[in-house]
Design a protein around this ligand. Structure first.
Ligand SMILES: N[C@@H](CCC(=O)N[C@@H](CS)C(=O)NCC(=O)O)C(=O)O
Length: 206
């Protein structure tokens, strides 16, 4: 399988996909799209992605965007190790957690939204902080009391792949994380994984 990833090192959605690729031990080529230089809105990248967002993953020449769709496709193409629980109710809980980040948190603090909220950087940051705090609180409530190192027990899952990059964004926007102790424990367990570290922004910083 020939895999080509368009991504940005600091993009949380890109980290999700890099991490899935690493967990599955898949080799891939990567092309950096510099969001701060607005490369996502270039004609060249417009030919890759219909949304002008990263990530985009090309699999044998066919390109897919949206990290949920990409990771679910990888899961179907390469089922082991699994990133979704087999139990259907646990899988639904996982999707709920994924969407709290994917639909309910990250889009509201995305660069293209922040610049429309206000031209003022501190007003943008204040908005982003409020949205992230709200999202993490919802994630914590949805998680409930869990056993095991990860969101859904002893096995890493897509829920973790969405949580940890969102916590990274939370720090960038100086969200107070003390109320989210359980999430920080899960994050520490995830960051101890080689696959997570290989996918992390630090490993890709130009
Ligand atoms: N739901 C999309 C979100 C993609 C997204 O928002 N990507 C951000 C970086 S994390 C982006 O490209 N932002 C560029 C912009 O806002 O112009 C996914 O999961 O792939």
């Amino acid at each position: 399988m020939d895999l080509l990833l368009h991504h940005y090192y600091r993009s949380s959605s890109s980290w999700r996909v890099r991490w899935a690729l690493e967990e599955k031990g898949l080799a891939y080529r990567a092309v950096a799209v510099n969001l701060l230089a607005s490369e996502q809105r270039s004609d060249d990248y417009g030919a890759v992605s219909p949304t002008a967002f990263v990530p985009a993953l090309s699999i044998d020449g066919r390109t897919f965007t949206e990290s949920v769709a990409i990771i679910e496709l990888l899961e179907e193409l390469v089922p082991t190790p699994p990133l979704r629980p087999a139990d259907l109710l646990a899988r639904a809980r996982m999707r709920q957690l994924v969407e709290i980040v994917n639909a309910g948190t990250q889009p509201l603090q995305n660069l293209s939204i922040l610049t429309r909220i206000s031209p003022d950087r501190s007003a943008q940051a204040e908005w982003a902080r409020a949205m992230i705090e709200r999202g993490l609180a919802a994630f914590s409530r949805a998680l409930g009391p869990t056993g095991g190192a990860y969101c859904l027990g002893d096995d890493v899952s897509m829920a973790d792949l969405f949580l940890v990059p969102q916590l990274y964004n939370a720090r960038r926007f100086e969200v107070a994380l003390a109320p989210f102790g359980r999430l920080l424990e899960i994050e520490a367990a995830c960051l101890a994984r080689d696959a997570c570290q290989r996918a992390a922004p630090d490993a890709w910083q130009p």
